[in-house]
Structure formats: structure tokens, C-alpha cells
Write a protein that binds this ligand. Structure first.
Ligand code: GLP
Length: 238
């Protein structure tokens, strides 16, 4: 595990974008696992900026997002599909057919989960997985108590997660269920890049990286990953 302390959010974003960019340069047809939330916004802005300057080419890259809310259509402005289009997909030359996000509106959600796992396997697995961390220690939407040995599945979100994500919803009403990559699938990524921003994440990050490995802190399993890089900026700014 490598832990890099960033000087600022901008520094964190630039360092994370550098690692993603290095992955794409070294393996132009790589498979990226992508995350949503506030934390990756600066990373995506930086990647889009480098794309505009012709410093990075996504034309052969394939992406898989971690999660999506159940019941939100891809064109719903509050869906993770819309978030990804707004913040990355429409800003760079990723091929639309190479960008995958779980289908939260599928008539058969279990089949959609199995199809998602199959598509990841078909693509050869994830080379680099970008992750944020919830203030309760969740990764993707794997809430405290989640089993470690799951692939893509449907989850019911905790109240704390609903509250934390309510700022993304104009009416504050966050869907109560989501489809998420499970921890087993996340752990199969060849490299993991975890980013954490703000004093609100300090405790969760500390427990994840240095506490005992327990389902109560889903991110703690990352201690067992052979190639984990953490970039954090969680101290109070002075
Ligand atoms: C959501 C996402 C997670 C993300 C977390 C933290 O719950 N499903 O993947 O890591 O929020 O988000 P933020 O970066 O906004 O704190």
C-alpha cells in the first residue's frame, strides 16, 4: 500500500489524474473502473483538460462504473449515467459503447448484475479501479456489514449514505436502492486508486487503512490488495 498525502484538493486531483493517465499511456486499450461522488470531480476535470491539450487519448479505453441508483433512467439528470456524461464521457474521446454503467432500470435487476459481471470478464477484468470512500467506510455502495465475497448486486442504502448523497438530488430524496459492484469484484482489479478528500473522511480512512479488517468498515479489505495507492487530503486546512 502506498499512501500519498496531497497538499490540497487540486493536488490530490492532479496526482490521481496522473496515475490514470499513466495507465492509459502504458496500456492504451486498458479497462478503467470509475467512481462517482464529489471526490473524483477534480480528477475528471484534470483528465478532460489534458485531453483538450492532446496529452491523453481515450479512444481505445473501456470503462466500467462502480454503481447506479435503482429506478433512475440513464437520462435522469440525477443518475450516475448523467454524472459521468457531464463530468467525463462528453469531455473526452471515450467511445460511448465502451462506457459501461449498471442498469438501474432493468426489468430483471439480477440478470443485469450477472450481465455486468460477464461484460467485465469479457473485457479482461479491470486494470485500474478508481475508488472514493464513504464517511461510514463504504466503497462503491458496499455498506458496513456487506459480505466481502460479492460481485455486482443490489443493495439497500443506509440512512447515513442517503444523507451524504442528498446534495446531488434537487428534492433531497435519494433512491433507497442501488446496483453496485461487490467487494470481490473490486478486489479483482489489478490496481486500485483510492482518493479521499476532506476532514469528514479522516476517521473512515484511518480505520480503513490501519484498523482491523472487518465488514463493518468495507474499505478495510483494501489492506489486502497487492497494488493499492491511496491519495488523501483529509487534514484541516490551516
Ligand atoms: C457514493 C458513491 C461512492 C463514493 C461515495 C463518496 O456513495 N457510491 O462510490 O465513494 O459516495 O462520495 P463523495 O466523494 O461525494 O464523498
Amino acid at each position: 500500500m502506498r499512501v500519498i498525502k496531497a497538499k490540497s484538493y487540486q493536488d490530490l486531483s492532479r496526482k490521481a489524474a496522473n496515475i490514470i493517465s499513466a495507465q492509459v499511456i502504458l496500456k492504451p486499450n486498458c479497462v478503467l473502473g470509475l467512481a462517482t461522488g464529489n471526490t473524483p470531480l477534480g480528477t475528471y476535470r484534470q483528465l478532460a483538460d489534458w485531453y483538450r491539450k492532446d496529452d491523453i487519448d481515450f479512444s481505445q479505453v473501456t470503462t466500467f462504473n462502480l454503481d447506479e441508483y435503482v429506478g433512475l433512467a440513464p437520462d435522469d439528470p440525477q443518475s450516475y449515467h448523467s454524472y459521468m456524461r457531464r463530468n467525463l464521457f462528453d469531455m473526452v474521446n471515450l467511445r460511448p459503447e465502451a462506457c459501461h454503467i449498471p442498469d438501474g432500470c432493468a426489468a430483471d435487476l439480477s440478470a443485469a448484475c450477472r450481465d455486468y459481471d460477464a461484460a467485465i470478464a469479457q473485457a479482461g477484468g479491470i486494470d485500474l479501479q478508481l475508488l472514493g470512500i464513504g464517511s461510514n467506510g463504504h466503497i462503491a455502495f458496499n455498506e458496513p456489514g456487506a459480505a466481502f465475497e460479492k460481485d455486482t448486486h443490489v443493495v439497500t442504502l443506509r440512512e447515513s449514505t442517503l444523507r451524504a448523497n442528498s446534495s446531488f438530488f434537487s428534492d433531497g430524496c435519494v433512491p433507497r436502492q442501488a446496483i453496485t459492484m461487490g467487494i470481490r469484484l473490486i478486489m479483482q482489479a489489478r490496481k486500485i486508486l483510492l482518493i479521499a478528500e476532506g476532514p469528514g473522511k479522516r476517521n473512515a480512512l484511518h480505520r480503513a487503512l490501519y484498523g482491523s479488517i472487518s465488514a463493518e468498515v468495507p474499505a478495510s479489505i483494501l489492506q489486502l490488495h497487492p497494488d493499492l495507492t491511496v491519495i488523501c487530503h483529509v487534514e484541516e486546512d490551516t
